[in-house]
Design a protein around this ligand. Structure first.
Ligand code: NAD
Length: 428
């Protein structure tokens, strides 16, 4: 499937259908779980700095809230589609279930390119988004958070609008806020660190010493940067990192055969996670094609950019040396490529387990916000490690016991938990 005709929602539903068949899920549970419970589609008029008004499209989708309030990020993306948000909301339901936090799944998006908007325009856009949704979100029903190209400042503008309309403080209504303004220490690192906690456990089960491994990473945004930092700190060697170049409208892979110094590379990336090509070359990095991150002779591939990156067409590029794929991004692997990964015997840590550190820390932020008492960073990261490690082993053990592919095992656990909640509530 090419990027143009890829549909994340079809992928999410196909993954669900396959596991629903595998566990013989009853018909009414299937009908409830294979579609979102609620969808909000709306327009957001924004006064631009030049005096004109531009109308943006916004979405919030609540896939399931049987286990607790819906939870999920808001993406700012010029190519956002409603089907992508549907898929992501569904994956959030499985994500919160697999790490066993008392939340459901939701996702939002605004079709926009924040790189082309001034700060004032972005603030008005955030406030407009909340005005359209204020009746349908909040700490008791649906808790938004940042995602691709949205950040802590956007969340604070959104929370401020929410609280202004409500006339009171609701710090648990939105997570991903700045530290000191209701944000949790450790949230910035949480997703990337969570990826590496699961990688560390996967390598242990495979009897591989992390200090003797090499990795190739796609992306250098929030998830990839902190995954890269922790992986390097644990002694792993990163050979390549690839990022999107918005000027050239293509991706490039940056290679240092001696191992990438993450601190150094961070200095030459912008806030959207794009590496400065000229500076990288002048610092001695080899500049390769966007797909070259797949071809490297490494032990670990870490897709941490966007969906549909490991497809059946691209799979043959993957070097025979690869033993583990850790999905930092949501939905980076197509269903066809899943089969090829299975056939080659590569160990997969599936997305909604691997990148659940973000939502787990968001949950910790909500708990701290509601208590109005904040933990230190060490305590947050300790609790995160405990949750991620436990979730990883539950999935790994089921996969071993039933001889399941890791993605299927994660789905079996998550679907079972959500279907039980739906049943216990008397919805079916
Ligand atoms: P981000 O916007 O901070 O970074 C995205 C990175 O991907 C950038 O470095 C960009 O250059 C790169 N990129 C984009 N297109 C690319 C391409 N074609 N080839 C190579 N690189 C490309 O985003 P993020 O927050 O790091 O999220 C990355 C992924 O992880 C997304 O799938 C997101 O949904 C998922 N995720 C994020 C979080 C979180 O807490 N941020 C949590 C769970 C899952």
């Amino acid at each position: 499937m090419t990027q143009e005709n890829y549909n994340a929602y079809q992928t999410a539903q196909k993954q669900f259908d396959d596991v629903a068949d595998l566990v013989n899920l009853n018909q009414s549970a299937r009908e409830i779980l294979r579609e979102p419970s609620r969808e909000f589609h709306f327009t957001i008029p924004v006064k631009m700095d030049d005096g004109t008004t531009k109308v943006f499209k916004g979405y919030r989708i609540q896939h399931n809230d049987a286990r607790g309030p819906a939870k999920g990020g808001i993406r700012f993306d010029p190519n956002e589609t409603v089907d992508t948000i549907r898929a992501l909301s569904m994956w959030m339901t499985w994500k919160t279930a697999v790490v066993d936090i008392p939340l459901g799944g939701g996702k939002g998006g605004i079709v926009c390119d924040p790189r082309t908007l001034s700060d004032a325009e972005q603030e008005r856009l955030c406030r407009g988004y909340i005005r359209q949704l204020v009746k349908n979100i909040g700490e008791l029903n649906d808790v938004p958070a940042p995602d691709v190209m949205s950040n802590a400042q956007h969340m604070l503008w959104m929370l401020d609008e929410y609280e202004t309309i409500k006339g009171a403080r609701y710090p648990g209504a939105i997570t991903g806020k700045p530290v000191g303004m209701g944000g949790s220490l450790g949230r910035t690192e949480a997703t990337g660190y969570g990826v590496i906690y699961t990688l560390r456990e996967a390598l242990k089960t495979l009897n591989i010493d992390i200090t003797e491994t090499t990795a190739s990473i796609q992306g250098f945004g929030n998830v990839a940067e902190y995954a890269a930092r922790l992986y390097s700190a644990m002694g792993g060697k990163i050979l390549t990192i690839s990022t999107w170049d918005n000027q050239d409208k293509k991706a490039y892979t940056y290679r240092n055969p001696n191992g990438i110094d993450v601190d150094q590379l961070v200095l030459i990336k912008d806030k959207f996670g794009t590496i400065d090509k000229e500076k990288a070359v002048s610092m001695g990095y080899e500049l390769l094609d966007g797909d070259a991150w797949l071809e490297q002779e490494v032990d670990i591939l870490l897709p941490a950019a966007l969906e549909n990156q490991i497809t059946a067409e691209k799979f043959p590029l993957i070097n025979q040396s690869v033993k583990v794929i850790c999905e930092g991004a949501n939905g980076p692997t197509s269903t066809e490529a899943d089969q090829l990964i299975k056939d080659r015997g590569i160990y997969l840590v599936p997305d909604f387990l691997c990148n659940a550190g973000g939502v787990t820390c968001s949950y910790f932020e909500q708990v701290q916000s509601n208590m109005n008492y904040f933990w230190d960073k060490e305590e947050v990261l300790d609790k995160l490690d405990t949750k991620m490690t436990a979730a990883f082993h539950a999935v790994h053990e089921l996969a071993e016991e039933k001889q399941l592919y890791m993605r299927d095992a994660a789905y079996v656990i998550a679907i079972d938990r959500v279907a039980n909640a739906v049943k216990q509530r008397g919805w079916i």
